[in-house]
Ligand binder design. Structure first.
Ligand SMILES: C[S@@+](CC[C@H](N)C(=O)[O-])C[C@H]1O[C@@H](n2cnc3c(N)ncnc32)[C@H](O)[C@@H]1O
Length: 380
């Protein structure tokens, strides 16, 4: 592929999604975009680019962007975050939201649904404690294809074998030909909406818990900071944010700070501390109660018992070139200033359509889209 064409496509994808494509990902661009070009009767990427250069086709640009997303996900991914949710975050919600008996959870990069359904299964298992409570789980993603799959709740044998306890498979899934479908009661617990993290988040409302896992790693430092800053505004003062194992807020955003003892969990810096104590936390201070972290959460069981956490030592801080490290910005790709990104001079690209599309979360007409079930699609 000509360097110019690569640059054009990388800039288009970055402006529309925040995803950074470095030159070493040229092979990925080719393998993912050749089917898009062929589907439109084009010979190859050169024709794809020249068509877009001649006239920007937003539907085609969206298709290109979507094709470049990485959608890997699995049930109870990394396990620990869900244990923390069950043992610490949920009990805190039950305590601090007892007056209103309601809470909202946002899965901000829901992909094919394994993450929101894992949360739904935890809540289902806690049904007795949640009797009389109202709660929402909103799963959003930029990929329509993934949202279709999530909504259908159909998974291959391979997918249900990744992370899902066999008791949960038996209890919550039904065989449909060679696929497994998650129970309609669990499907009904999650509302799926198309939403781009670069867009204005205000219309989404306020959340008590946000899962934004394994998506920021694909963004550059500035975009990560902007997304985290906006996200903080959409969270309750004592809300908690989950990031992926290779992600952090440190050095990226001061809107959040890590919750001591709860790896991967972050609290709002300007907030009331935690779901547990409602107190201002400021810089982490040693807790008076040795079983309670500085932010008021009860420390997880392994810490109270002085054991190392499960999988301790496996996650490392971001290194150059590692997942979670800031990918280098491709030459010539300008930094976005605000969201939606303005058109950088000289790229020939129109601005990313700023207003959320109809039906997308964040638009005033945003609704859960009724989507027909369809079999999973595998990207090359
Ligand atoms: C690797 S998956 C992570 C799925 C899940 N959170 C997990 O940890 O298993 C990343 C997801 O982020 C989505 N994504 C990428 N850029 C996005 C954006 N700008 N807005 C919303 N979603 C985005 C992709 O479509 C993809 O489904």
């Amino acid at each position: 592929m000509k360097p110019d064409d690569f640059q054009f496509l990388a800039t288009l994808v970055k402006e529309r999604s925040g995803l950074v494509l470095t030159q070493d990902k040229a092979y990925l661009l080719e393998s993912r975009l050749m089917p898009v070009a062929r589907k439109r009767g084009m010979k190859g990427l050169e024709e794809l680019v020249s068509t877009l250069r001649a006239r920007m086709d937003n539907a085609l640009a969206d298709e290109i962007t979507e094709a470049m997303t990485t959608n890997e996900s699995f049930f109870f991914r990394d396990i620990k975050p869900f244990d923390i949710f069950k043992d610490t975050v949920l009990p805190n919600l039950l305590k601090t939201r007892a007056h209103k008996k309601s809470f909202r959870i946002w899965c901000a990069a829901a992909s094919s649904g394994q993450e929101p359904y894992s949360i739904a299964m935890v809540l289902k298992e806690a049904a007795a404690q949640l009797a009389g409570w109202r709660y929402e789980i909103i799963g959003t993603d930029i990929s329509k294809e993934m949202l279709d799959k999530a909504q259908a709740g159909l998974y291959s044998q391979f997918e249900v074998q990744r992370g899902l306890p066999v008791q949960h498979l038996v209890k919550y899934f039904k065989k449909r030909d060679d696929l497994w479908q998650i129970d309609s009661s669990l499907r009904g617990m999650v509302q799926y909406k198309e939403f781009n993290l670069l867009d204005d988040m205000k219309a989404l409302g306020t959340f008590d818990v946000v899962f934004c896992r394994n998506v920021l790693i694909y963004f550059d430092q500035q975009t990560k900071g902007e997304v985290l800053g906006k996200m903080a505004q959409q969270m309750a003062d004592d809300g908690v944010l989950y990031l992926g194992g290779a992600e952090t807020v440190l050095g990226i955003s001061d809107a959040f700070k890590p919750v001591q003892g709860l790896r991967g969990v972050y609290a709002r810096t300007s907030g009331t501390g935690s779901l547990g104590d409602g107190a201002d936390t400021g810089p982490a201070k040693p807790a008076a109660n040795p079983n309670v972290g500085a932010t008021g959460f009860q420390k997880p069981k392994h810490m109270r018992e002085g054991r190392p956490p499960l999988g301790a030592g496996t996650a490392a801080p971001a290194r150059p070139g590692a997942a979670g490290a800031t990918p280098p910005r491709p030459a010539g790709v300008p930094r976005p200033t605000t969201s939606p990104a303005p058109r950088p001079a000289g790229t020939g690209l129109p601005p990313r359509p700023g207003a959320p599309r109809p039906g997308a979360a964040g638009s005033s007409t945003g609704t859960t889209r009724p989507l027909p079930p369809r079999p999973p699609v595998k990207k090359p």
